[in-house]
Design a protein around this ligand. Structure first.
Ligand code: ATP
Length: 219
């Protein structure tokens, strides 16, 4: 059975979420109060409707309470974002993800019961900053204040060495969870797996440990 998603707010962010969900074969209801935006997504989303999500009666008549996961992608209008989240929570939606504008917005959203808060602009800024300061870091994902997952490209310094020889786990407290080589992905690589220059290592660990590994092995 297909999983059902509703996305409220079809701006650049909400629109991107709709496209990606549809590409993954999901059923998506797109909602926006702006008719032009709805028209833009009418052939992309499974259904797209013009509605004001701060109107509880309208959300009820659209059957939003039957959706498993609702994504609130209203950014600028904090009042609408908060009120919409409150209504969805009262309706008993299982999972509510909300795009936040700032930390105060996030705190309010958490207090009223949003399950997941996202800060797309801020998080993308952090990822880009990590990519531009390091030659070896291709991508960066923060898991918590302390832990991250980083994609880093192996340089000539570690060509032919195995994970065991480099002793990454013991020396740096990091784990290589996968190695990408051309179009192949080696998941949970064996300790004896030799690394080639140009391989992309996907490493999980504390940020300070990942930085040490990068400075000592990748530079
Ligand atoms: P983005 O940064 O994702 O491009 P944006 O800056 O275009 O967003 P936002 O103000 O963040 O615009 O709102 C995103 C969308 O949410 C807009 O298309 C807007 O019409 C819609 N929206 C705002 N309030 C409501 C509401 N109460 N009900 C339905 N849609 C709404």
């Amino acid at each position: 059975m297909k999983r059902q998603y509703a996305v409220i707010g079809l701006g650049r962010f909400g629109g991107g979420v709709v496209r990606a969900l549809v590409e993954q074969g999901m059923e998506v209801l797109g909602i926006d109060m702006d008719e032009d935006r709805v028209n833009e997504y009418s052939s992309i989303a499974t259904h797209a409707v013009v509605a004001d999500s701060t109107d509880e009666g309208v959300l009820k008549s659209l059957g939003v309470r039957n959706f498993e996961h609702v994504i609130v992608a209203i950014g600028e209008n904090l009042q609408s974002s908060i009120l919409t989240t409150l209504i969805l929570k009262d309706m008993g939606i299982d999972k509510i993800t909300v795009k936040a504008q700032n930390d105060y917005h996030e705190r309010v959203l958490l207090k009223i019961g949003a399950d997941r808060i996202i800060h797309p602009e801020r998080d993308m800024g952090i990822r880009i900053a990590h990519q531009v300061v390091s030659k070896s870091v291709l991508d960066y994902l923060e898991l918590s204040d302390e832990y991250s997952i980083v994609e880093m490209v192996a340089g000539s310094k570690i060509e032919g060495k195995s994970l065991l020889e480099m002793d990454i786990r013991a020396k740096y407290g990091c784990n290589v969870v996968a190695i990408k080589r051309d179009h192949e992905v080696i998941v949970s690589p064996h300790a004896n797996q030799p690394v080639q220059e140009g391989d992309v290592l996907i490493v999980i660990g504390a940020e300070k440990d990942i930085n040490r590994l990068e400075d000592n092995l990748m530079a």
